[in-house]
Design a protein around this ligand. Structure first.
Ligand SMILES: [Cu+2]
Length: 284
């Protein structure tokens, strides 16, 4: 009886521990930031990101199956065809069935990878009709965001918070920014990305967004965040000594909160009118 109870409490304890660990990692992952001991991707909050994350899992299983198959073949060869067990090696060559099989099977595997891969690539590179366009400019070493005229026409800089005392309670060190990019939830946001000096890259893992910010060139990417929250990314192009200190903070809020933020932001940040337009290289 006592053993039974002991066993039961051990089971309950381990279940609680697993739940705790899962709960914590989920809570951290859900916040759009890296978490300790994380081995997979950050939790994706866009449909595209979720599809990519599933594709990644599918590839891992496929790779695992191939590795186990090759390992099994190697073990069979070591066990059955070593010199003592098989002193006279077979001289068989040009086995048609075998040669066709080892050509066709890898081709089929590549097709099974290519089809979903190209489908995802298309989904990522052909953006849907945008509800909001934001321009992100990389500077050495911070980001600048610009909202178009129909949203109020303002721009502001976003710098990393350097002093621990200035961080908000939910802001992680090295990722928290003084002015976040704010976007509404469930809307297609197109981000135009460029740079004012060297090559940077605008990357946000939980949206599955990563695009180069190249001076004189306007790149674009898009996302549709399905969940409100604060999401963090970083410059992902080795751009200089301030490279690790130019985080990207995006706050996804409800439409009402976004409207309220816009009203506030229009007053807080100066108008873009009168600012010098960015010059872009023209094709000759
Ligand atoms: Cu950079």
């Amino acid at each position: 009886m006592r053993i039974e109870t002991g066993r039961r409490s051990v089971t309950a304890l381990s279940t609680a521990a697993v739940a705790l660990v899962l709960g914590i990692s989920e809570a951290w992952a859900a916040a759009g930031r890296p978490s300790p001991w994380e081995t997979g991707m950050q939790e994706m909050v866009t449909e595209l990101g979720q599809s990519v994350s599933n594709f990644h899992t599918y590839l891992v299983w496929l790779i695992a199956a191939i590795c186990l198959f090759v390992l099994a073949l190697l073990l069979v060869i070591v066990a059955r065809f070593n010199e003592s067990k098989n002193p006279v090696p077979s001289q068989t060559t040009h086995n048609t069935l075998l040669e066709v099989a080892w050509t066709v099977v890898p081709v089929l595997i590549l097709v099974a990878i290519a089809i979903p891969s190209f489908r995802l690539l298309r989904q990522q590179l052909v953006p849907p009709q945008a509800d909001l366009v934001v321009k992100a400019t990389g500077y050495s070493w911070y980001w600048g965001y610009e909202y178009p005229a129909d949203q109020g026409g303002f721009k502001f800089d976003s710098n990393m918070i350097t002093e621990a005392k200035d961080l908000k309670p939910d802001q992680p060190r090295l990722l928290g920014a003084d002015n976040a990019m704010v976007v509404p939830v469930g809307k297609v946001v197109r981000v135009q990305v460029t740079s004012a000096d060297v090559i940077h890259a605008f990357a946000l893992p939980s949206f599955f967004v990563k695009v180069d910010a190249v001076p004189g060139r306007l790149n674009e990417t898009w996302f549709k965040a399905e969940k409100e929250g604060v999401y963090y990314g970083q410059c992902s192009e080795l751009c200089g000594n301030g490279h690790p200190y130019m985080p990207i903070e995006i706050r996804v809020v409800s439409e009402q909160q976004f409207a309220a933020w816009l009203t506030e932001a229009k007053q807080k940040y100066a108008s873009t009118e009168g600012s010098a337009p960015l010059k872009f290289a023209t094709a000759q």
